[in-house]
Design a protein around this ligand. Structure first.
Ligand code: SF4
Ligand code: SF4
Length: 269
């Protein structure tokens, strides 16, 4: 007989398959413990998570789960990042990526609302958009969000790459993340092995990453650069593109067929 954990996990995967099909995106979903996520957040983000989960935080901390999920950029979109035309950046091409970035965020938020409703949980927004240009330092950004990278790494959506992003074994960094907190019993999915190994493609692509050891916080230089680009969304993405092109790190697509309950689940619309 199936346990509640198994039944809920199957229901969650069915719902995610449906929602990713509705938004016409490939998806990845996993689960980890709420407590593990909370323990690894920066103090300001712990505070933010407690605000978001409100009076449910103590219960989640005792016995809650973080549902972690991602949507994948369609093929060919990340390739538009940083293209040049007549020696200057092709803004139109780069803005194609900006628009997909906005669409993925919107789709993630719609999906997290649906999952939260079904599992009596609390949705966490994909991102706080439109605020980067209003900040005077990147440190002001951290209290406004809960890092999705923490639960994505713990649940096995991907490993933490040298660019600081989550690298999925199948789709590299070509993903955007979101999450839902719930007290529903669910099967936890396994972490994946860090496989950056000797690759340095992202670091070679970005001088801020390359000299991060000499900078106070390379993310502040990144914020200033993103502002200077003035694209439709607050994005750069060159370190994503560099990773996507490091194709030797991807697993074979056959991995997708191994959809056991303790490994992340992949959907394809
Ligand atoms: S987003 Fe751009 S500026 Fe920021 S770390 Fe990546 S490549 Fe560098
Ligand atoms: S480009 Fe290479 S080093 Fe950078 S995150 Fe991707 S796999 Fe890791």
């Amino acid at each position: 007989m199936m346990s509640d954990c198994e039944k809920n996990t199957i229901k969650l995967r069915e719902l995610f398959k449906k929602t990713s099909s509705e938004v016409n995106l490939r998806g990845i979903i996993g689960v980890t413990e709420y407590k593990l996520v909370y323990d690894q957040l920066l103090p300001v983000q712990k505070k933010r998570l407690v605000e978001i989960t409100d009076n449910k935080h103590d219960g989640f901390f005792e016995n809650g789960n973080f549902i972690s999920f991602a949507y994948v950029y369609p093929n060919g979109i990340v390739e538009k990042i940083g293209l040049k035309k007549d020696g200057v950046f092709d803004e139109d091409a780069w803005n194609t990526y900006s628009r997909w970035y906005a669409y993925l965020n919107k789709s993630l938020d719609t999906t997290s609302e649906k999952i939260a409703e079904r599992f009596n949980g609390v949705p966490i927004k994909a991102t706080a958009s439109g605020i980067v240009s209003k900040l005077t330092n990147v440190s002001q950004y951290f209290p406004t969000v809960v890092s999705h990278r923490v639960h994505a790494e713990l649940s096995g959506i991907g490993w933490r790459g040298k660019n600081g992003l989550i690298v999925n074994p199948l789709y590299s960094c070509m993903i955007r993340l979101s999450g839902v907190v719930t007290s529903a019993p669910l099967i936890k999915t396994q972490k994946v092995k860090d496989s950056c190994q000797e690759c340095n493609s992202c670091i070679e692509e970005c001088s801020f990453l390359k000299h991060s050891d000499k900078l106070d916080d390379y993310r502040e230089q990144c914020r200033i650069y993103i502002n200077s680009l003035g694209l439709e969304a607050e994005v750069c993405g060159k370190c994503i593109k560099a990773c996507v092109h490091s194709q030797r790190f991807y697993s074979k697509p056959e991995q997708k067929k191994k959809q056991s309950l303790n490994k992340v689940f992949y959907t394809d619309p």
